[in-house]
Design a protein around this ligand. Structure first.
Ligand SMILES: [Fe+2]
Length: 362
């Protein structure tokens, strides 16, 4: 223990006899201790303890008004289980019952009065050493906790980035920037928040949503990139992207990937039951109902090779027309609210909204 640290210890001395207090104070100062508080009125002990938060308390037992045991009793809850503040009892009472009582109430050591100066300083030194070792251990634990939190955050960021790149791989053939999947993730998160989901659920949806079309990896170019309408047979092939995606993401024990799997499997379900699997209404997971609306909104408002992107207003009108049929009407109203109120939607200001959305999400 560095000597400098030891002499910085805050020590509270409580003894009704002025001569005892002065003797101990002098001894401690000679030894280099500089932060010593002394009290002869034990009724002030608890308040001084709270105000100065000492590293050690030297406490007399027999005092008028409030005995040392009574002071101990009040100090106990203030020290608490998560701290270690040694209390050294100064007493002329050597009865075993008194000592046992004091020990059971949190006292750590005894000094019999009249005390020997060398012994007193040694006992004080030892108790402070334990106190500082305890503080050092606690600080070390806090540093370790901090490190664990940092590492955990880094792992989460790495996981986030890998998933984003995986989503990009799925979209790479028709969206080389990955902007579409990113926007769908952001918008889905805004909708989830608007619908009252918890912060943790919102974050899960933000990260899982971009993976909804991961199964497109398994769709041949001839079908996926066909410029015209798909034949019935081609459409059947196209539909398998939901199941392929779910298979790619299956078997994980992580909630994020489990949610991504669920979204991949059911993001083409219709509110009225006319989707790929025939699920209807609330049989369709809420996250999927959210992603379906966010995905459709983004597709309508952005340019495609065969058509220009349309306005926000047109997209909302389109979604409202399909509410109750293709989309969950609650989610459609949520997107209208998010775009019209929270984001200060301006008629025809499509780019403005796109920027705004990214700014909010980032
Ligand atoms: Fe899809």
């Amino acid at each position: 223990m560095p000597a400098r640290l030891m002499t910085e210890a805050r020590i509270l001395v409580v003894d009704d006899q002025e001569s005892n207090v002065q003797l101990l104070d002098r001894l401690l100062r000679m030894k280099g201790y500089a932060h010593i508080e002394t009290l002869t009125d034990s009724r002030q002990a608890v308040d001084r303890f709270v105000a100065t938060r000492p590293d050690l308390v030297c406490l007399d037992l027999r005092m008028p008004h409030m005995s040392g045991l009574e002071v101990l009793e009040e100090l106990q809850p203030l020290i608490g289980a998560g701290d270690y503040v040694p209390i050294l009892i100064l007493t002329a009472d050597t009865a075993p019952e008194t000592k046992q009582m004091a020990l059971s109430m949190g006292a750590k050591d005894f000094l019999n009065k009249p005390f020997d100066a060398v012994e007193a300083l040694l006992r004080i030194h030892n108790l402070l050493e334990t106190r500082f070792l305890y503080l050092e251990l606690r600080a070390q634990n806090e540093r370790l906790d901090q490190k664990v939190r940092e590492r955990t955050r880094e792992l989460e960021e790495a996981q986030h980035e890998i998933l984003a790149r995986l989503a990009l791989a799925a979209e790479y053939r028709d969206d080389q920037t990955g902007e579409h999947t990113r926007r769908v993730g952001h918008l889905a998160a805004l909708l989830a928040r608007e619908l009252g989901l918890t912060d943790a659920e919102v974050e899960l949806i933000r990260q899982a949503a971009p993976l909804h079309d991961i199964g497109k990896i398994g769709i041949p170019d001839a079908v996926l990139m066909k410029p015209g309408r798909l034949t019935a047979a081609e459409f059947e092939v196209m539909k398998t992207h939901a199941e392929i995606g779910a298979r790619l993401l299956s078997g994980s024990r992580f909630p994020l990937l489990r949610l991504a799997q669920e979204i991949a499997r059911t993001h083409h379900e219709w509110w009225n039951g006319n989707g790929y699997l025939g699920l209807a209404g609330e049989q369709i997971p809420l996250a999927s109902r959210i992603v379906t609306v966010a995905d459709t909104f983004d597709a309508i408002t952005h340019d495609r090779p065969y058509r220009a992107g349309r306005s926000i207003r047109a997209a909302i009108d389109e979604l409202r027309r399909e509410a109750d049929r293709q989309f969950d009407p609650t989610v459609v109203e949520a997107i209208a609210r998010v775009l019209e109120t929270e984001m200060g939607f301006d008629e025809g200001g499509r780019e403005e909204i796109a920027d705004c959305r990214l700014t909010i999400a980032d």
